[in-house]
Write a protein that binds this ligand. Sequence first.
Ligand SMILES: [Fe+2]
Length: 143
Amino acid sequence: MENTEKINWEPEYSIGNLNIDNDHRIIVDAYNDIVDILEQNGSRLKLVEVLSVMTDYVQRHFKREELYMKAMNYPRFEEHKKMHRDYIVNVAMLNNEMMTTWKHLDIATQLIHFLKGWWIDHILKKDTEYEKFKESLSEDVNY
Ligand SMILES: [Fe+2]
């Protein structure tokens, strides 16, 4: 049976910037690793470990993306940055819960729902939006 929680990369997930798309693919792969661990009824430690690998990468990606938006004077920069901040807080809270409850598999399930919804929406709508803005500019901005 097809695993419905996994994210299979779709052509529409490409926002049209190779470097950013590449980051997003790495993030999606890391996410799929978490789903694998959960499917195998993974230990709390294993889950926390793969989540932290994903979060490390995500933090670096957010930083790069924020510099990029800033460089193009993106009008919705602050709003976008706040979404990144909220994401990090949310994941940190779920991570904390996962560490401290005996129901860590339930929390991990909540976590993957959150991550899947957030990333698909964020890539398709929010990130696509700044890239469209960038394309409207006359000068080039590098990510
Ligand atoms: Fe973003």
